[in-house]
Design a binder for this molecule. Structure first.
Ligand SMILES: [Cu+2]
Length: 130
């Protein structure tokens, strides 16, 4: 009797540990919003052809993140293998831009990588091309 109680306590403990481990991820993700990216385009709305994509990048306090390395890739998920990538150039404090040429209308997935010192941040934003 005593033995079976011991075993069930062990099983319970391992279930709790597992639950804690998986619950930690969402908490971390919501508090780790260390970077905010606002995407705008020129022209706006963006259409097939040449588009300048502008990113305004700020930290958790709303201060511009200056001097970061900002890499951008664009994918057209509706058509496998269609995509482009490049480095955005800082225009002024915290504002970065890159020129792209969109071949097809539809929803494109823009992935932005912001790297600076210890910061390594990635965000995906959908962009509608008309
Ligand atoms: Cu396409």
């Amino acid at each position: 009797m005593r033995k079976s109680i011991f075993i069930s306590v062990l099983v319970l403990t391992s279930i709790l540990l597992t639950a804690c481990g998986s619950a930690a991820a969402p908490t971390e993700a919501s508090s780790a919003k260390s970077v905010n990216i606002v995407l705008s385009t020129n022209p706006n709305p963006a259409a097939v052809g040449d588009v300048e994509i502008v990113f305004t990048i700020t930290d958790a306090d709303g201060k511009p993140i200056e001097g970061a390395k900002v890499d951008v890739s664009a994918e057209h998920p509706a058509m496998a293998g269609m995509g482009m990538s490049g480095a955005a150039v800082e225009q002024s404090g915290g504002v970065y831009s890159i020129k792209a040429n969109f071949s097809d209308p539809g929803t494109w997935k823009i992935t932005i990588y912001v790297r600076k010192d210890g910061l390594d941040y990635k965000e995906e934003i959908e962009l509608e091309i008309q």
